[in-house]
Design a protein around this ligand. Structure first.
Ligand code: SF4
Length: 411
């Protein structure tokens, strides 16, 4: 997900077990999904990566120690469902009527100790009933019906869980063929893009990861691979997704420039506090050239920008790091989205139960104002003056420290 501008229609999300990771602990030290890229031939022009899949590694298993799979019967019986079940043969399978409103799973945000564990140990298999592509115009031209709903990581500010309740593990949508067929029809109907815009000068951009993280989805099933391969065949369109997880398996997919991966970055101190269970920021940045060489377009999400004491110097340092370590070929094609933090009162209250230190920087009533969302939730965002000043300051920092980084939009 990662981009509040895409306003989820189908939210879910996943936080990870407190027993597995203490908030604020550097994820690389304990959570596991942060090992260096496995050895193998270089990706891209030299051919696809060979050797064992990252998703079969111990690190991937630590991220997703799946013990229970809740499945709609048709989803379990589908080819994609069977693939997922085969990946986790020791998991207990339970049939459910619908991937929505599963008793004992959803809406139990009060049971903090349990819901944080559930997010790693439980998967849901369902069929996406609504196949609708929505206009966006900021992060992407269009928001595609995503291949999943939920995430195995635990960013304290994540909006994704709010529609299913906070104990919301990944739901894999098994009817990926219908999702891809829907997208193919949409792309065909649109025809070529005739007017360049900030989303892309020539391709219609479809965000395929609104309610999850496609890099993590690829640890579970081939849904992400199927989408990347589909977009590789569509010359007028481009997939786009934001990620906070480095999954080297994606390097083997041959996207042919038709998938934009947006590595979300923030100052490492903020990330260690807030991005629980994600790949470290330095690892995301270090992976950029590999992904470019493998055929992806590589952009960055500078998000969320959290205003806290020292934030300007922290962002300046991050931008200097980007400038220092990224090769020119990455800089030459990179662009960025700048997204200021938005937060939510319900999530604030949940976080106080498991990660109160995060709320010290996320919940700043003296800087924020409330806004009632369409679904009745009370969201908070930085007050207009605070936000505009911060956006201007960050853009000035980018001009100074990473002048090659074009800002596609900032809000
Ligand atoms: S990576 Fe973080 S922000 Fe993105 S969907 Fe997962 S938990 Fe939410």
């Amino acid at each position: 997900m990662h981009d509040p501008s895409t306003a989820p229609d189908d939210g879910s999300g996943t936080l990870f077990g407190l027993d597995a990771l203490t908030p604020g602990t550097p994820a690389a030290a304990s959570a596991g999904p942060h090992e260096p890229l496995p050895p193998g031939p270089p990706p891209g022009p030299c051919g696809p990566r060979s050797g064992p899949s990252f998703r079969d590694s111990a690190a991937a298993r630590r991220l997703l120690p799946v013990r229970e799979i809740l499945a709609e019967p048709a989803a379990a019986a589908s080819p994609r469902g069977r693939q997922v079940l085969a990946r986790f043969p020791d998991a207990r399978l339970t049939e459910v009527d619908s991937h929505w409103n599963i008793p004992g799973l959803h809406g139990n945000e009060g049971r903090v100790e349990r819901w944080v564990r559930v997010k790693g140990e439980t998967l849901v298999l369902g069929e996406r009933k609504t196949l609708a592509t929505r206009p966006n115009g900021r992060s992407a031209d269009w928001i595609a019906p995503g291949p999943s709903n939920g995430c195995a990581m635990a960013c304290a500010y994540c909006y994704v869980p709010r529609r299913k309740g906070y104990a919301n593990p990944v739901t894999v949508f098994t009817n990926i063929d219908r999702i891809i067929a829907h997208l193919g029809r949409h792309i065909t109907r649109l025809g070529p893009k005739t007017e360049p815009n900030q989303c892309d000068p020539e391709a219609w951009v479809y965000d395929v990861g609104e309610n999850g993280d496609c890099s993590v989805d690829a640890l579970i099933s081939d849904n992400t691979a199927d989408l990347v391969r589909a977009f590789a065949r569509w010359p007028t369109a481009k997939a786009s997704f934001a990620t906070k997880f480095v999954n080297p398996d994606l390097l083997a997919l041959d996207p042919r420039g038709r998938t934009r991966i947006r590595f979300s970055v923030m100052p490492p101190d903020d990330s260690r506090l807030l991005d629980v269970r994600t790949s470290p920021v330095a690892e995301r940045i270090a992976a950029a050239a590999d992904f470019l060489d493998a055929g992806y377009e590589v952009h960055f999400n500078l998000s969320p920008v959290v205003v806290r004491p020292g934030w300007e110097e922290a962002w300046a340092e991050l931008l200097r790091h980007l400038d220092d370590v990224l090769p020119d070929r990455v800089k030459g094609q990179a662009a960025a989205e700048v997204i200021m933090l938005t937060h939510n009162q319900g999530l604030h209250e949940v976080n106080l139960g498991w990660h109160p230190r995060a709320e010290e920087v996320l919940w700043r009533p003296e800087l924020q104002e409330a806004k009632r969302s369409q679904n009745g939730a009370l969201n908070v965002r930085y007050r207009v003056g605070v936000k505009s000043a911060a956006v201007a300051r960050l853009q000035a920092l980018i001009s100074t420290h990473a002048p090659w980084l074009r800002v596609r939009y900032a809000f």
